[in-house]
Design a protein around this ligand. Structure first.
Ligand SMILES: O=C(O)CCC(=O)C(=O)O
Ligand SMILES: [Fe+2]
Length: 356
């Protein structure tokens, strides 16, 4: 195996990973039933899960079975194509969407191949912006895979509906009006969208003890809603003791995690948990995350309702669009510097007290 895949000893997965016993499993059927008390109880569960784990598993989430089945079939069909057909939609330095087989997370190569698309594609940027080095978020659909685009667009639509409902539950759980966070997302200006869908394929790996499908990381956006197949490999760093534990695949479920943005909005009430994808030597694995992100113009900072003199903001405001572009670029260019993290916006509260 190429050295580029080898993790530093302290980051290699142990031979046996314990199951994430006790990870919250939340039945979302009260959403469809629409009874107020049921929804409030649900919000409390989502709040507890976001505080204690940053991750939870949802059941009866309302995504139609056939929508799901078509998307999963499209995902398998895409990665089964010969390398040269995948290369025809490969991403490049200026246009980061499409196929990619050489992603680095924290500068170690991931044992995976991916396909990324924006469900709401922005119009092409002005030539001057391109000349300026601005990234071009244009979807690269394979020409010769009938139904692929349609199946994934339908899936993304179902994901958007679900993500908005989850966002409302998060808002309620923080004691805010359910639509408090909508403004960050419901921007009709397509130019500003940054939500994307990723198709992950982890081929069997000869050295699953040395490599990872996705190196340990936190998701930078607001919410991630992920489908995983029945193989298993999603590991979460458990908040209570820092151990890596595996999220067991549950048929019909989706895995939700709150990203860095929710952590910042909540002023650290909620946790964006570190996670990774382990690989295995016998089986390939597929996962399908939907990264629900605000518009690129959004300024991210602790919500004013959640800060006070006693509980001052723990982060400085940052522009999401600039953060997103820098992060995408550094994962592509494999910069020798530490990746951009929200920790860079963390206030040193003692000093903030003196200087502000
Ligand atoms: O494949 C998985 O289970 C996790 C993937 C992941 O964390 C990511 O793509 O950000
Ligand atoms: Fe992730």
């Amino acid at each position: 195996m190429d050295q580029a895949f080898v993790q530093a000893p302290e980051h290699r997965p142990k031979a046996v990973i314990a199951e994430a016993a006790g990870i919250p499993v939340i039945d979302l059927s009260p959403l469809a039933a629409g009874d107020q008390a049921g929804v409030e109880a649900l919000a409390a569960e989502v709040g507890r899960a976001s505080r204690e784990w940053g991750f939870f598993v949802v059941l009866r989430h309302g995504v139609p079975d056939d929508t799901m089945a078509r998307a999963l079939e499209a995902q398998r069909a895409f990665f089964a194509m010969p390398a040269e057909r995948k290369a025809a939609v490969r991403r490049d330095a200026v246009a980061p969407l499409g196929y990619y087989e050489s992603e680095h997370t924290k500068n170690v190569r991931d044992w995976k191949e991916v396909f990324d698309f924006f469900p709401r594609e922005p119009p092409p940027p002005a030539p001057a912006a391109v000349a300026d080095g601005e990234l071009v978020f244009v979807n690269k659909w394979p020409q010769d895979l009938p139904g692929f685009r349609e199946a994934l667009e339908e899936y993304a639509k179902a994901m958007e509906e679900l993500a908005l409902k989850l966002l409302e539950l998060i808002a309620r759980s923080l004691g805010l009006p359910p639509d408090r966070l909508h403004g960050f997302f419901k921007d009709d200006d397509h130019q500003k969208k940054t939500t994307f869908v990723r198709l992950n394929h982890y081929p069997p790996c000869p050295s699953p003890d040395l490599a990872l499908g996705v190196t340990r990381h936190k998701d930078a956006g607001a919410l991630t809603v992920l489908h995983q197949d029945d193989v298993g490999g999603l590991d979460v760093r458990r908040r209570s003791d820092g151990e890596w534990v595996r999220v067991r695949p549950v048929p019909g479920s989706l895995v939700v995690n709150v990203g860095d943005i929710v952590q910042v909005w909540s002023n650290d009430r909620y946790q964006s948990a570190e996670h990774r994808a382990s690989v295995n030597s016998r089986k390939e694995r597929f996962s399908l995350p939907y990264f629900f992100n605000p518009g690129s113009g959004a300024m991210i900072e602790p919500l004013e309702e959640l800060v006070s003199d006693d509980s001052p903001p723990r982060y400085r405001a940052y522009n999401w669009g600039a953060f997103f572009r820098t992060k995408r670029n550094s994962n592509f260019k494999k910069l020798a510097v530490e990746n951009l993290q929200i920790a860079h916006f963390k206030k040193d509260l003692d000093q903030a007290h003196l200087v502000e």
